[in-house]
Design a protein around this ligand. Structure first.
Ligand code: 5GP
Ligand code: ZN
Length: 119
């Protein structure tokens, strides 16, 4: 069922604490933690605690939770002091776009120059 924890999902395990992570912010509905393989000085992942496979599935199932994730991405950028200079929020969607973990997550990237268009 949409939103239910998945036994084989890495990010569901980060939500429960079964897999450790460096958590930078947490709300009732979201967790934000540092990416294990950072691509920028600030590289934080913001996830909904509920399991949804990707951003589109999350948005279709729960608009309020989608808004929670986006608001937290902005809060992370402010906390990390990258908001003034500029930062990027990325939702890789599908393996062809580089999605490797199928639990929706926003990448918050900042602290260096970010090229446009991205690779
Ligand atoms: P995706 O490739 O699905 O858009 O993003 C998944 C991200 O999760 C990658 O940037 C990867 O480095 C990160 N990641 C994978 N395994 C772990 C882990 O065990 N802990 C943390 N903190 N990040 C992880
Ligand atoms: Zn999950």
């Amino acid at each position: 069922m949409a939103g239910e924890p998945q036994a084989d999902c890495l990010f569901c395990k980060i939500v429960t604490g079964e897999v450790p992570a460096t958590v930078v912010r947490e709300t009732e509905t979201t967790v934000a933690f540092r990416d294990i393989n950072p691509q920028a000085p600030t590289h934080v992942l913001v996830i909904p605690k509920a399991h949804h496979a990707d951003a589109a599935a999350l948005a279709a199932a729960d608009p309020q939770l989608t808004a929670d994730v986006l608001r937290e991405a902005g809060e992370v950028a402010a906390q990390e002091k990258v908001a003034d200079h500029g930062y990027r929020i990325v939702f890789n969607t599908g393996s062809g776009a580089g999605q490797t973990v199928f639990h929706a997550h926003a990448h918050v990237l900042g602290g260096r120059g970010l090229q446009w268009p991205p690779g």
